[in-house]
Design a binder for this molecule. Sequence first.
Ligand code: NAG
Length: 126
Amino acid sequence: MHFFTTFIFTILAFVSLVSTAPVLSPRDVFVPPVLKPNGHSVWKIGSSQVVTWNVTAAPKQITNTEAKVILVTKGRLDFENPLAQGINVLAGKATITVPKVTPGRDYQILVFGDSGNTGEFFEITA
Ligand SMILES: *[C@@H]1O[C@H](CO)[C@@H](O)[C@H](O)[C@H]1NC(C)=O
């Protein structure tokens, strides 16, 4: 019986601790949805391309306005070699040069500020 009471008190203490923890306002975190490239996009290696994302629903206050454009290959994020960085996330676009990668249809773009959204799969050609 004593064990059970201690157990209940431990649970209650934990629950009150969790529920009083500060919650980051979701208004401050902007997760920009990628518009281009989309499923119809075909990018040639070495060409100049414009990545666009939707800023319509951007909150007034954004914690981190600096965005990076990241290439995602087969679901793997290449944070080491951003295609663009120091971009104002509210600009909604960035011009990038298509890197020399293995041609294929398994590429996506991630626009990353506080958090990020991955766009549709698109194709890179030689
Ligand atoms: C951009 O986001 C707004 C708000 O969420 C939405 O209403 C609109 O359709 C989006 N535009 C495009 C081109 O996806």
